[in-house]
Design a protein around this ligand. Structure first.
Ligand code: AMP
Ligand code: MG
Length: 401
């Protein structure tokens, strides 16, 4: 049985980044992975401009408080001013270019206006409230590197240097299905012995977060023939297949043997809780990842293993999540023989510092725990924890972004 870190290593070793690219307008590039670096050809901001509403002045003219200057021009954002002479001030608004001759901005709040004359109460220093041309970005700077996943701020930055489109990797095609004769689709009445299919909606959400193309194949009954049939069709149209359930050792678990019939299994089982059965194999050129059926196990194994694998497949550079040390607000006296990932919630402790609490029911079928929590407490094999000790915490923000 592999350890959780070995499994991650083995999976990443096998993940080949996509190669095919396409060029998309920024409005369609959200969540896609940049296939080339992005260099700026302009300065941001393009000109020295004011960070405040107020008056552009020559600091030489205002060496003492209460100087009176003549207001000779008005510059709104989008306009360009003219030369500012001795004894003059320009009425100016946030974002407007600083006129030639001016070297400081006086905030409106530090002045009073009387007709054409403004009194400047405060002595400005040269450069006050001026945003310098190029202080954000200089021409020729690389602003985004290949392998960046385009989130809102990346789109904004690309637009800020005048780009309308981005060269990104084509979408990875991921086929998904759930297994289990006991599964009923939400919306239909539950027959005796049935349980609603939570994994389908959950996996769909997890995959949507990665910006891949989803091929949802629904539910497959617990039989070898049906599983082989669906796998075959999935392999013909997808780059990766992700399934839940049917990978344990029971007689009703057909996924592993079906994959072996069509291809091969390289990995199965990981020493962790929840999760144990996690399968990796290949059918032709298509990767296969089989997750356990218990909803919490499926959620956690997806986040910890399938997600980094898929991130590498879609061409992303940053594929690993970060964990942070936080204080435990609980005792843990059950040293386990598998690494354990507990659902935890960050709260503010009595002294005002952050600490993590545990959901009382850590069973792998209790999806409520994952909704309540905002991350996972990572407990090593054999580890016990006393309240107040530092533990490793993996925020969901690291796993779902
Ligand atoms: P399995 O891995 O197929 O042995 O399933 C383990 C447990 O998870 C069983 O109790 C199943 O009923 C449950 N389970 C499997 N798949 C789903 C699903 N899609 N939605 C909800 N529960 C599931
Ligand atoms: Mg099953």
């Amino acid at each position: 049985m592999l350890s959780a870190s070995e499994l991650l290593q083995e999976l990443l070793k096998r993940a080949r980044p996509l190669e095919k690219t396409e060029t998309l307008p920024l409005s369609e590039a959200y969540n896609r992975v940049l296939a080339e670096g992005l260099t700026a050809y302009v300065s941001v901001p393009p000109l020295d401009n004011t960070a405040m509403d107020g008056y552009a002045v020559r600091s030489k003219d205002c060496r003492e408080p209460d100087v009176r200057l003549k207001v000779t021009q008005r510059i709104a954002a989008g306009q360009v001013g003219k030369q500012l002479h001795r004894g003059e001030a320009a009425r100016i608004f946030t974002g407007a270019p600083v006129p030639p001759g001016a070297d400081a901005i006086v905030m409106q709040e530090d002045t009073s206006l009387d007709g054409e004359w403004v009194t400047v109460y405060k002595v400005p220093r040269p450069g006050d409230h001026i945003r310098r041309a190029g202080e954000d970005i200089q021409p020729g700077t690389s602003v985004l590197t290949p392998g960046t996943r385009m989130k809102a701020m990346h789109l904004g930055l690309a637009a800020s240097v005048g780009r309308t489109q981005a060269k990104v990797f084509q979408q990875l095609r991921v086929a998904m299905f759930s297994t289990g004769d006991e599964l009923a689709e939400p919306g239909k009445p539950l027959k005796p012995g049935q349980i609603y299919n939570s994994n389908r909606a959950m996996l769909h959400g997890l995959l949507t977060g990665l910006g891949v193309e989803i091929i949802d194949l629904g539910v497959v009954e617990d039989s070898r023939e049906a599983t082989v049939r669906v796998l075959q069709s999935a392999a013909s149209k997808a780059d990766v297949i992700v399934t839940t359930g049917g990978v344990s050792v029971g007689e009703e678990d057909h996924v592993k043997s079906a994959v072996e019939e069509l291809g091969h299994i390289d990995i199965w089982k990981v020493a962790m809780k929840p999760g144990k059965p996690v399968v990796y194999g290949k059918i032709g050129e298509t990767d296969f990842i089989g997750l356990p059926g218990n909803p919490v196990s499926a959620f956690i194994t997806f986040c910890l293993f399938a997600r980094p694998f898929l991130l590498k497949r879609i061409g992303a550079i940053q594929v690993l999540y970060r964990a942070y040390p936080v204080r435990a607000a609980f005792d843990w006296f059950k040293p386990g023989n598998r690494r354990e990932f507990l659902r935890g919630l960050m709260v503010t402790g009595k002294d005002g510092a952050g600490e993590v609490r545990l959901y009382p029911n850590q069973s792998s079928g209790v999806l409520t725990s994952a909704v309540w929590a905002d991350g996972l407490v990572d407990v090593e094999i054999g580890q016990t924890i006393i309240r107040g000790e530092w533990v490793r915490f993996i925020p969901f923000a690291e796993l779902l972004n």
